[in-house]
Design a protein around this ligand. Structure first.
Ligand code: FAD
Ligand code: AMP
Length: 478
């Protein structure tokens, strides 16, 4: 193994493993180092996303959605389902099986593409060298022409709520509760807090989300945020805004959370508490002092638009660099860097990266939202279409929410879309494709959409931008 590699990737999450596979596909001699050990102590690839992030959280969201449907919503179809029960340990085992299938899949893809998998810790040294220490503690120095850092992120911990075994947990711990806690607190109403709160709320927990900001989902179109707040409230989730957690007291099997809101100091007691206040870039023991790679003021590895660091031949991608902490953003950066190393032209379009929140209704968005355009003083037209007017949504008894498409008032070019409703993540992807091709709202409106599908909401919203929606009354344009 002492030979030189064309590419060494440090970190095997969706950024790193995708970069390694693409580099190998392009004929580059590639190794990927990852230190992750699963519950059985086995080295696995897939990083946060596959092991404790996107995939296990969605497995639990899907299981609990089915449970809730069967328990509360089958009657409208004329189905009587008595004594619906959920076996939480079976649900967790299913989640673990999906995770292990996928992580084994990555190992298989490495083999198929000829990527050398190195299980252990990687440290970047000066002169494009990597110190690799395997899980047995054996260290060697590896050389590469190019090094890609993809070490990802870890949950932020806050002093008022230090993690306490089995009681105050981070997002990983919240995927492992053996039963639904009676009273569940969540600090942070971000994507992760809302998704994990939703999982346990569906299984009967009384969920209280404490959020320091005064605005709910401040980065999301506020019309969508308002609808989301309404729907989550209906589901029994209590989201408290302007509630900053200032301390916690653990007593036996309970945790009391102190927080301050506009009325002063308050407290509330829970059986479990999830800390979901964001994630931070992970660079612990990664960089030797003389390696030439710099961090920015927030601790992210400093890179340009092509993910090039300050050190020649060293790149960084994914959660450890600026931009949204999303698996698909990490993967696209991985592909871009691998292709640029192989002298291909490649660039990530950072203006068109979709985001999805997997609550029910689902929330998804891309590009600019109305609040951002208004604040920037831009002139735009909005087209909206409610799922309540979509035949397929009615057939599925899933009519909450709407599609909102925004286009430039002068050119009609689509600037962004926000969706709240069934399959929002898949529907917004249609607008992503349209935006990548520079589509106008009229172009999208002229395309043929199958009937009856949820996609018809996208079609009608595009038509509504110019006042041409068929299945709703259009707003009069001046
Ligand atoms: P990571 O996935 O964090 O991988 C980094 C890897 O590097 C890890 O395997 C780590 O072991 C390894 N590593 C770190 N340092 C070293 C070192 N020095 N040597 C060797 N190995 C090292 N994103 C979405 O897009 N959609 C979702 O639905 C979604 N849901 C999420 C749900 C939860 C609960 C969480 C926590 C996250 C979720 N995310 C989601 C975010 C997503 O998981 C991350 O954006 C994504 O994993 C980032 O990929 P990455 O490759 O940059 O880093
Ligand atoms: P995200 O970064 O999207 O995962 O969201 C994390 C959320 O946690 C943000 O909306 C923060 O405002 C919120 N948050 C951070 N610290 C606290 C705190 N001490 N109390 C309550 N909410 C917090």
């Amino acid at each position: 193994m002492a030979d030189k590699f064309d590419v060494i990737v440090i970190g095997g999450g969706p950024g790193g493993y995708v970069a390694a596979i693409r580099a190998a596909q392009l004929g580059l001699k590639t190794a990927c180092i990852d230190k992750w050990l699963n519950k059985e102590g086995k080295g696995v690839y897939g990083g946060t996303c596959l092991n404790v992030g996107c995939i296990p959280s969605k497995a639990l969201l899907d299981s609990t959605h089915k449970y809730e449907e069967a328990k509360d919503h089958f009657d409208v179809h004329g189905i009587t389902a008595k004594d619906i029960k959920i076996d939480v340990s079976a649900m967790l085992a299913r989640k673990d099986k999906i995770v292990s299938n996928l992580t084994m899949g990555v190992a298989g893809l490495f083999k198929a593409n000829g990527v050398t998998a190195l299980e252990g810790f990687g440290k970047l040294l000066a002169g494009k060298k990597v110190e690799f220490t395997n899980h047995a503690g054996k260290t060697e120095i590896l050389d590469a022409d190019n090094i890609i850092i993809a070490t990802g992120s870890v949950p932020v911990e806050i002093p008022p709520a230090p993690l306490t075994e089995g009681l105050i947990v981070d997002s990983s711990g919240a995927l492992e509760f053996e039963k639904a806690p009676k009273r569940l607190g969540v600090i942070g109403a971000g994507v992760i807090g809302l998704e994990l709160g939703t999982v346990w709320n569906r299984l009967g927990s009384e969920v209280v989300v404490l959020e320091a900001q005064d605005k709910f989902l401040s980065l999301v179109d506020q019309q969508v945020a308002k609808e989301a707040a309404k729907q989550l409230k209906k589901q029994g989730m209590k989201v408290m805004l302007s509630a900053r957690v200032t301390g916690t007291e653990v007593k036996g099997k309970e945790v009391t959370v102190n927080y301050s809101d506009s009325e002063g100091e308050k407290s509330v007691t829970f059986d479990k508490l999830i800390v979901a206040v964001g994630r931070r870039p992970y660079t612990e023991n990664l960089l030797s002092g003389d390696c030439g790679v710099n961090l920015d003021e927030r601790g992210f590895i400093f890179v340009n638009d092509q993910c090039v660091t300050d050190a020649p031949g060293i790149y960084a991608i994914g959660d450890v660099v600026r931009g949204p902490m999303l698996a698909h953003k990490a993967s696209e950066e991985g592909v871009m860097v691998a292709e640029r190393i192989a002298d291909h032209k490649a660039q990530v379009n950072y203006d068109v990266i979709p985001s999805v929140i997997y609550t029910h209704p689902e929330i998804a968005f891309v590009g600019k939202n109305e609040d951002e355009l208004k604040a920037a003083g831009e002139k735009y037209n909005v087209g909206m279409f409610p799922f309540a007017a979509v035949g397929r949504a009615m057939a599925a008894n899933d009519t909450a929410g709407f599609v909102k498409i925004i286009a430039d008032a002068e050119t009609d070019r689509i600037l962004g879309a926000s969706v709240i409703g069934p399959s929002a993540g898949d529907l917004v992807q249609q607008v992503v494709i349209a935006m990548e091709f520079g589509s106008s709202a009229e172009d999208l409106g002229m395309m043929v959409f199958s009937h009856p599908t949820l996609s018809e909401a996208v079609h009608e919203a595009a038509l509504a931008v110019n006042g041409h929606a068929i299945h709703k009354a259009n707003r009069k344009r001046k």
